[in-house]
Design a protein around this ligand. Structure first.
Ligand code: ZN
Length: 506
């Protein structure tokens, strides 16, 4: 006797169709599972056996061979349970599911409940691309799956429910997609930050042009406070970006309210983080912090406290905006287009150059501390900023700063300008203008050219730094509503590249 059902297995974010083929013959009762099944799948049979019995059905006392096709694809994850159980149950004449169009996704618990799985959204998206439209999914995964509009999602809580639904004894209400909401509310706001106009200005520029930013300053200068509020001045994600982010959170099992993520994610790994937790990995490679920060922010507080080798692994994905993870049994690619915000103290004690406190560090200690950050990494950060401790006058002032929603309006406007400017290009932001297009988009007048030339020599800048100044000046001019870059724009932009010379030398 032969039967089959369909399910899905992921490699990275790509889902592959898996056919559960089942053959039953007379012989000693046992189950043989073939077809490159990995850990969780090999254990599946025991879960399925108990779930079937505890749902009130009988498990056939025959020789059962289960093949997971295609045989050359490694399958992992607990979501195969449901498809295997349905194949076994369909050997009973009362449940004919041949030619049945469903993709079955679900983990079974021993008592027959259908449990939540990781990666339901990328599975539904991949299988939809292959032409499948009907999905039976765990009830707890229903919201993320229903984001996709032209598929039928049937959420289930128990194995029994699936059987009775297919026997047409009960109806299951389809889960219908939630609409994409533009309205977003934040708990934090930029108006909480008193004073620190330089810092707020630099953050606004970074938000407009998707630039990386490094903030150096003593404790109490509001670095962390400002970084945490950065997402509130960014426009919400568009639908495509939101889907990309939600897929990554789905596969990581981190979808909290189970629906579409529409605000840029903010990730803040601790400085004890390993390279694997940052870039991703594991036996079955999972996304790391840089992918969880995709289309959002990766905030590294206390930058020199991170291990130097961990920081160096960031360089490649900062260029390519994605990460390849190779393991013996898999090679997967995850997107990693994040905006980097780094914060650090100027020295180990924190008060080098402070107006209010005395620094207790020796010059050697300071240089050793700062040398943890390499020049190539500094070079890849667009804006560098030194901030002072907040004045008493500013803290005690009743005057609130500008609200996030007001700043966000300007950011949106400058993003629109860029959208229009780069409509025929493969890149979207000023910070991404390639060298060959700099002349076209960042034209300088004679005065600005002279100023930049002078700064280039004075600070012994690298070509990369020079180009970054041009791109920042483009954004400053955009914020100013100007078509052409003028000397004010260039002067402001040079400021954001002089701190590295001051602290790290040329
Ligand atoms: Zn110090």
């Amino acid at each position: 006797m032969y039967t089959s059902t369909k399910t899905c297995s992921l490699t990275g974010l790509n889902g592959h169709e898996v056919q559960v083929e089942l053959d039953m013959s007379n012989g000693l009762p046992k189950v043989i599972l073939i077809g490159l099944a990995e850990g969780a799948v090999r254990e599946s049979i025991e879960r399925v056996r108990s779930a079937i019995k505890n749902s009130g059905y009988s498990f056939p006392r025959k020789k059962i061979t289960i093949n997971l096709a295609p045989a050359d694809l490694r399958k992992d994850g607990t979501q195969l349970d449901l498809a295997i159980a349905m194949a076994i149950l369909s050997l009973d004449e009362e449940l004919d599911i041949s030619d049945n169009p469903f993709i079955y996704l679900g983990e079974l618990s021993l008592d027959g409940k259908v449990n939540k799985i990781a990666g339901a959204l990328p599975m539904v998206i991949s299988m939809r691309e292959k032409g499948f439209r009907k999905f039976i999914v765990p009830y707890e995964n229903r919201k993320e799956c229903s984001i996709i509009s032209d598929v039928e999602i049937y959420p289930v809580k128990t194995l029994e429910e699936v059987v009775e639904f297919l026997q047409q004894k009960i109806e299951i209400e389809r889960s219908v997609g939630e609409f994409f909401r533009e309205k977003v509310e934040y708990e934090l706001d930029f108006s909480d930050i008193k004073g620190q106009e330089n810092l707020k200005r630099a953050m606004e520029i970074a938000a407009c042009s998707k630039s990386n930013i490094l903030i150096i300053g003593s404790p109490g200068s509001g670095k962390t406070m400002a970084a945490k509020r950065f997402p509130t001045i960014l426009p919400p994600l568009d639908f495509e970006e939101a889907i990309e982010v939600t897929k990554i959170y789905s596969i990581s099992g981190l979808l909290e309210n189970n629906s579409l993520i529409t605000i840029p994610p903010f990730r803040s790994p601790h400085h004890t983080a390993s390279a694997v937790s940052l870039i991703g990995g594991g036996r079955i490679p999972k996304p790391g912090e840089i992918s969880l920060a995709h289309n959002g922010i990766l905030f590294l507080d206390e930058l020199p406290e991170f291990s130097k080798s961990v920081l160096e692994v960031l360089r490649q994905p900062m260029e390519s905006k994605e990460i390849n993870i190779s393991r013996a049994n898999a090679n997967v690619k995850y997107p990693a287009d994040f905006q980097l915000i780094c914060a650090l103290n100027p020295c180990p004690c924190g008060y080098h150059n402070s107006k209010n406190h005395e620094c207790t560090c020796s010059p050697y200690e300071i240089s050793r501390y700062l040398s943890k950050i390499s020049h190539p990494l500094l070079d890849r950060i667009d804006l560098h900023l030194e901030v002072d401790e907040v004045d008493y006058k500013e803290i005690s002032s009743d005057r609130n700063g500008e609200s996030s929603s007001d700043i966000r309006k300007r950011v949106k406007l400058v993003r629109e300008i860029q959208k229009d400017r780069f409509k025929d290009k493969t890149y979207k932001y000023n910070s991404e203008i390639p060298e060959k297009d700099l002349k076209k988009f960042c034209k300088l007048d004679e005065k600005s050219k002279k100023i930049l030339e002078f700064a280039f020599k004075k600070y012994s800048m690298s070509a990369r730094t020079y180009n970054k100044i041009l791109k920042t000046a483009r954004t400053v001019a955009d914020l100013d509503g100007k078509e052409n870059i003028s000397e004010d724009h260039i002067l402001e932009s040079i400021q954001y590249r002089s701190v590295d010379t001051k602290f790290w030398g040329a």
